[in-house]
Design a protein. Structure first.
Length: 276
């Protein structure tokens, strides 16, 4: 099933068909109030991402209305400085605190009942904690990835992202099965499987995008065929300087495997998962 698309002046709104089914079923079974509260909180979470992005003049390509909440796609975010990226990412989970404040004001003024307050508070807390899970593409994993990419090259960063996601999934599987959160578990499994299957393809796509863009980042001298996300790379090898575009071309076209020197165990793990 394809998404329902609604075009606005600047941003494309996408509605997942499964979301419509969930809303319809909630109306039938008298659970719409709970679904509505959850979606309002999830929307506020995503709006906080978007507001910070707008402050930094980062284009929001689309906002998807998914069964679990909302997702704002920002293709230009990865071109920003690490601190700006972090601020955009962490502002989503931090939305819990203004929501908590608003809920307390509403309860103290008897606008909402204690029961509604408890449910909304639990929903807001769940949205925050769920998004802080270090499993890509959730906010927790994206924040860790940004920090790691400051020091490590792009290939290593992506390996660490996959490994952390796999470890997180292992722990969450037990919890989801215990709490009968099967839909959440399926979503998490699909996310990790996607990362594994398309690992190499996504890395090559990153390199191709990097090759096409104008790189104004600060220069980093390297000794091997690597690309750093937040630096412009120049390879010095055998007293010869190789500029970044040529480094990228050689990585892509070289028949040798893209390796991580000194990290054979990690490289082997990803090679096992990332074949194809």
């Amino acid at each position: 099933m394809s998404n329902i698309k609604i075009s606005s002046k600047h941003t494309l709104i996408k509605i997942n068909p499964l979301t419509i089914i969930i809303v319809f079923l909630s109306l039938i079974f008298g659970r719409f109030n709970y679904i509505f509260i959850h979606y309002i909180i999830a929307l506020f979470h995503e709006i906080c991402h978007v507001l910070i992005a707008k402050i930094f003049k980062i284009k929001v390509n689309s906002i998807s209305f998914l069964p679990f909440g909302f997702y704002a796609k920002m293709d230009e975010l990865e071109k920003e400085k690490p601190m700006r990226q972090l601020l955009v990412i962490i502002m989503g989970p931090l939305s819990f605190f203004p929501v908590w404040l608003i809920l307390n004001i509403l309860r103290l003024n008897f606008i909402i009942s204690s029961y509604t307050y408890d449910f909304a508070f639990t929903s807001a807390l769940t949205v925050m904690l769920f998004n802080l899970i270090p499993l890509y593409p959730l906010d927790g994993a994206r924040a860790i990835e940004i920090i790691v990419a400051i020091k490590l090259d792009e290939y290593k960063t992506r390996i660490i992202r996959v490994i952390i996601s796999i470890i997180s999934l292992m722990f969450l599987t037990y919890y989801c099965l215990k709490e009968s959160q099967f839909i959440v578990l399926i979503f998490l499994f699909i996310s990790v499987i996607y990362e594994i299957i398309f690992f190499r393809k996504n890395y090559i796509l990153f390199l191709l995008k990097r090759l096409c863009e104008k790189n104004t980042r600060s220069l980093k001298i390297i000794r091997d065929y690597k690309i750093y996300r937040y630096r412009k790379c120049k390879l010095i090898k055998n007293n010869t300087a190789i500029e970044e575009p040529e480094i990228i071309r050689r990585i892509i076209t070289n028949k040798k495997k893209i390796q991580i020197n000194g990290d054979n165990s990690i490289s082997l793990l990803v090679m096992i998962f990332a074949i194809g």
